[in-house]
Design a protein. Structure first.
Length: 326
């Protein structure tokens, strides 16, 4: 009834792939974009597995931000509206005392950020010995240096027969390492369009750090104002043609009109380079990548060429528009 009242008529591809497998108790590693119904993919099987007559924490969902924790717990409450399942949300920056008091009441499902849940667990008020399902949403972010130690410490409090469900968009080395150490024969789901360098001509220009601005000025006659939301909206709609951005836009910005990418600061790893320069699901599109390379970048340049099996040539005085404009 909760699913029906939420307006879900049929499962999305990620829900169709993951829900039946999750219900069997098998570990899952699933890659899917945001906005594809990912949250319900784990909330539905988690709610289904909980015994509402057993007043213990039976499932934990960890996420990297407070906003996502509140959003996820709300989805759980809406889907479980007709069940007697007690959902609690806990994140850093809120009253620890209130959370401790709440844990003296029945809690079946705990949603929160890793640091706060670990804090409550170490204090002995959050008991995870009966927690059989452990969900990691945006797991690639949860396995960054900021969160990974807390996540692994938290897993040490779970029973041996726990089930781990990981949902993520990218697959960095940290995820592979974690999967190999903590997941048992996981079912792999991949619904991502992999970025590709096909059709992209790549150049590098060897410069000194202080020359970079001058190089950029020879490519552009003016810089953009930094009203992020409006600029990005205008850019996406084609009202302006140039976008200057920081690491905030490392990945996932897949816009049809982009055919030139300039790496002012060269990425440190192959995955970031691929997401910035590559194109996903757009065969036949041409593109141009220009990389400003300093002496310190030279080893990264060589390593990224090797890892991606590509060639980044030295830039030419004149670039034929036919290689990146159709």
């Amino acid at each position: 009834m909760g699913i029906y009242e939420k307006g879900f008529e049929r499962p999305s591809p990620i829900q169709e792939e993951s829900i039946p497998i999750a219900l069997t108790g098998r570990d899952i590693l699933a890659r899917a974009k945001n906005g594809t119904g990912k949250t319900a993919s784990f909330c539905i099987p988690v709610l289904e597995k909980i015994d509402q007559d057993n007043n213990l924490i039976q499932a934990v969902i960890i996420v990297p931000t407070r906003e996502l924790a509140l959003q996820t717990s709300q989805v759980c409450k809406e889907l479980g509206k007709h069940l007697k399942i007690q959902v609690m949300v806990t994140t850093g920056g809120t009253s620890l005392k209130d959370d401790i008091m709440r844990l003296y009441q029945p809690v079946h499902l705990l949603v929160g950020t890793p640091g706060r849940i670990l804090d409550l667990t170490k204090k002995g008020v959050c008991v995870l010995k009966d927690c059989s399902v452990f969900v990691m949403d945006e797991a690639d972010k949860l396995l960054s240096q900021e969160f990974q130690p807390s996540v692994e410490h938290l897993i040490s409090f779970l029973p041996q027969n726990r089930q781990i469900l990981m949902f993520l968009a990218t697959f960095p080395v940290t995820v592979k390492d974690f999967k190999d150490r903590f997941l048992k024969n996981p079912y792999i789901i991949n619904l991502m369009d992999e970025p590709t360098l096909k059709g992209i001509t790549q150049f590098c220009a060897f410069v000194e750090e202080r020359q970079k601005i001058h190089c950029l000025n020879t490519l552009f006659s003016k810089m953009l104002q930094d009203h992020r939301n409006r600029v990005f909206h205008d850019f996406r709609n084609g009202a302006c043609r140039n976008l200057v951005c920081t690491y905030l836009f490392t990945r996932g910005i897949d816009i049809q009109a982009v055919n030139v990418v300039i790496n002012f600061d060269f990425p440190k790893n192959a995955e970031t380079y691929l997401h910035r320069v590559g194109r996903s699901g757009r065969f036949g599109h041409l593109g141009l990548a220009v990389n400003l390379i300093t002496y310190e970048d030279r080893l990264n340049l060589y390593r990224i060429e090797q890892e991606l099996g590509t060639e980044i040539k030295q830039i030419q005085p004149h670039i034929d528009q036919a290689i990146y404009c159709q």
